[in-house]
Write a protein that binds this ligand. Structure first.
Ligand SMILES: [Zn+2]
Length: 185
């Protein structure tokens, strides 16, 4: 368990540094109300932290992260519905990325019991591509972004209505883990 204790210590050291450098005024303001300007659905991959990728500060983004940036779980839809209905966000960004492990796992038929819905979603993305494109995992990841964007609008009455009434935009994006660049798709 020494290694697990090391994990905790590393996190507490990090928090100590954060506390000592964070602007107390900013923390005080945020403690009263959150007003994120965007919601982001991104992959859980440790290399694609949206706040870092978009250089955002605390309180700027309402972020939901799942393997493969999939919205199949009701808690994901519910979280984004909350941001839409109660936080007044104007846009949701679904961000996929190159070198996605969830897409790779799906393409290689890796069997992880509780990830079946994620695998099923990525299979939908694969089935819309043909020939070599269906084997190009980064193309599958980009198509999966579009599948998830459609899912948000089709499976959530709250998000769907906000989009139809032009109170909310749903954007897709791909993050290149090699160059650090984001491309809206
Ligand atoms: Zn990923």
């Amino acid at each position: 368990m020494d290694q697990a204790e090391d994990v905790k210590r590393r996190l507490m050291d990090g928090n100590g540094l954060f506390k000592s450098t964070a602007d107390p005024c900013m923390l005080s303001k945020l403690s009263k109300k959150q007003e994120p300007f965007v919601a982001i659905l991104a992959c859980s991959d440790s290399r694609v932290d949206p706040e870092k990728v978009f250089n955002l500060s605390l309180g700027s983004a309402f972020v939901v992260r799942t393997a493969g940036n999939c919205a199949s779980d009701p808690s994901v839809l519910g979280s984004l519905e909350y941001a839409t209905a109660h936080l007044g966000i104007k846009a949701i960004v679904v961000m996929g990325h190159t070198g996605c492990g969830a897409v790779k796992a799906s393409c290689e038929c890796c069997d992880v019991a509780n990830l079946k819905s994620v695998m099923a979603d990525i299979d939908v993305a694969k089935s819309t591509l043909k020939g070599l494109d269906a084997k190009d995992q980064d193309k599958v990841a980009e198509t999966n972004v579009r599948v998830q964007m459609r899912r948000l609008v089709d499976c959530s009455a709250v998000i769907g209505e906000a989009v139809r009434k032009e109170r909310l935009a749903v954007y897709g994006a791909m993050f290149d883990i090699q160059t650090g660049a984001v491309r809206f798709v």
